[in-house]
Design a protein around this ligand. Structure first.
Ligand code: ZN
Ligand code: ZN
Length: 476
């Protein structure tokens, strides 16, 4: 017998029942209804009587076909169109009557085992879980977390050498291994337009439990490329007249709680390089989460995204500057730019979970470590009216008020810092060479009550950019 009722949380079904000796060596069907807008089915299963040698195995049929069998080895699983817990098949989530299959290899005579199956039916547009591929944060606590937001593998045009030296599509696990070797805390894998890589990510996440895997994709259009992070659902990328507009893509991203980040906008556009730079005229920059200021292919050269980004900042948009390796070969020399984690984006986040990292990026609590080291970093704060804010935050000092700025640099011996205000390098900061492993510089700034932004770069002796900081906004 199965009772079916909705718990307080509307989306969850709790199915309870009793297995007895009569069910030994049989398959008990537990049906449940899946509605039209459901995009993911997640099942938690438990039962009593293990101490009396009851064993209940678990499997799943959707309304049409077999979706997997995990026997007695998994207490929970999830299935969606793109990804499923190993043992289960990803595929369309069609409405209808689905069935859990409970196999009963052993239960004693006279034993009653109570089972509980809690079924979470995630609907499209529902507030997402803390992470897609992990149920718990990989690390608790607010900290600076290092990651790479842009990379390709076998699911698009990433390639590497096979065992016998042939150039082959590079399996996704190679990207994950390279990120681990570099000591990264998170990566977003961003294959072109496709969403086929999420199943491999789901399989790898439990093993790589120190490296957060974030679902990404590179929306690749004739008018530019943009990454979308934080959703596994399909987003139509076919930007063309009469089909999909940039507004449609942005709206769909927002509906799915994703984040939209423009890639390598400083590359040429049009016939010189179709879709390389950013040429989508109707882009609403107030709805863009981030801009790839530093791409592994161009770093801070003439085609970097810094000028494009700063021009938007000057127009009053609060946009986070990020970095991405755009890696296309996970096995390349880690010291070469475009290797996984070169550059790294470093995010101050409340914990190591997908939502916390994306929130940290949205709020601009970010700097880019161009060479993807393990320890280089900056903290940059502004103090006014007894309030202290960090990169990405805003303060509103009145004209004549003193703003006290503090820059702490770590692992940057031999480098020098520069302060950029409204796109111009200033002489506000002592630009002498950094001597200590951890060094702090402070300066004061008299506010004029108008809108400005102030941020920091740190450069090597030869001028190469090492750290790109995000702005503190004044009166915005
Ligand atoms: Zn691209
Ligand atoms: Zn790319």
């Amino acid at each position: 017998m199965t009772d079916l009722f909705c718990s307080a949380q509307q989306a969850d079904l709790v199915l309870r029942g009793t297995i007895t000796g009569k069910d030994r060596e049989s398959y008990v069907e537990v049906p449940f209804e899946v509605g039209a807008s459901v995009v993911r089915v997640t099942v938690d299963f438990s039962y009593t009587g293990r101490d009396q040698h009851t064993t209940i195995d678990l499997g799943l049929f959707d309304g049409e076909r077999f979706r997997g069998w995990s026997g007695g080895n998994k207490s929970w699983f999830t299935v969606s169109e793109t990804d499923a817990t190993p043992s289960y098949l990803p595929g369309p989530i069609r409405p209808g009557t689905w069935k859990l299959i409970l196999g009963v290899p052993s239960i004693g005579d006279g034993v009653k085992s109570e089972y509980v199956a809690t079924i979470h039916l995630q609907r499209s547009g529902e507030a997402p879980a803390a992470s897609t591929f992990s149920r718990a944060p990989l690390r608790a606590g607010a900290a600076w977390y290092r990651g790479d937001l842009h990379m390709h593998d076998a699911h698009s045009d990433g390639s590497c050498l096979s065992q016998s030296g042939a150039k082959v599509p590079c399996p996704l696990y190679k990207t994950v291994e390279a990120a681990t070797a570099r000591g990264l805390d998170f990566i977003a894998i961003s294959d072109h337009n496709t969403i086929s890589h999420y199943d491999a990510m789901r399989e790898l996440q439990p093993y790589f439990d120190r490296l957060l895997l974030i679902p990404g994709r590179e929306i690749t259009t004739f008018e530019g490329h943009a990454n979308v992070y934080g959703t596994t659902e399909f987003i139509d990328f076919r930007l063309e007249k009469g089909h999909v507009s940039i507004d449609d893509i942005q709206r769909q991203t927002e509906k799915l709680h994703g984040m939209f980040s423009i890639n390598h906008p400083g590359l040429p556009s049009g016939s010189a390089c179709m879709g390389c730079g950013w040429a989508a005229k109707d882009t609403d920059y107030s709805r863009v989460g981030a801009v790839e200021a530093i791409n592994g292919g161009t770093l801070d050269g003439p085609m970097s995204g810094v000028a494009f980004w700063q021009e938007k900042l000057n127009r009053g948009f609060r946009l986070t500057g990020v970095g991405g390796s755009d890696n296309h070969n996970a096995t390349m020399d880690p010291q070469a730019h475009s290797a996984v984690g070169y550059p790294a984006t470093v995010v101050y986040a409340a914990e190591l979970s997908e939502r916390a990292i994306l929130e940290g990026i949205r709020t601009g609590h970010v700097f880019v470590d161009v060479q993807g080291t393990r320890d280089r970093g900056i903290e940059f704060t502004a103090q006014a009216d007894g309030k202290t804010v960090m990169m990405g935050d805003a303060i509103a000092p009145v004209a004549g008020a003193n703003v006290h700025l503090v820059l702490t640099m770590n692992g940057l011996e031999g480098a020098h810092a520069e302060v950029i205000r409204d796109g111009e390098v200033t002489t506000l900061l002592d630009a002498s060479v950094v001597k200590e492993h951890t060094e702090t510089r402070e300066f004061d700034y008299e506010a004029d009550g108008k809108r400005h932004w102030v941020r920091v770069n740190v450069r090597a002796a030869d001028g190469a950019l090492l750290i790109l900081g995000n702005p503190i906004y004044l009166n915005l």
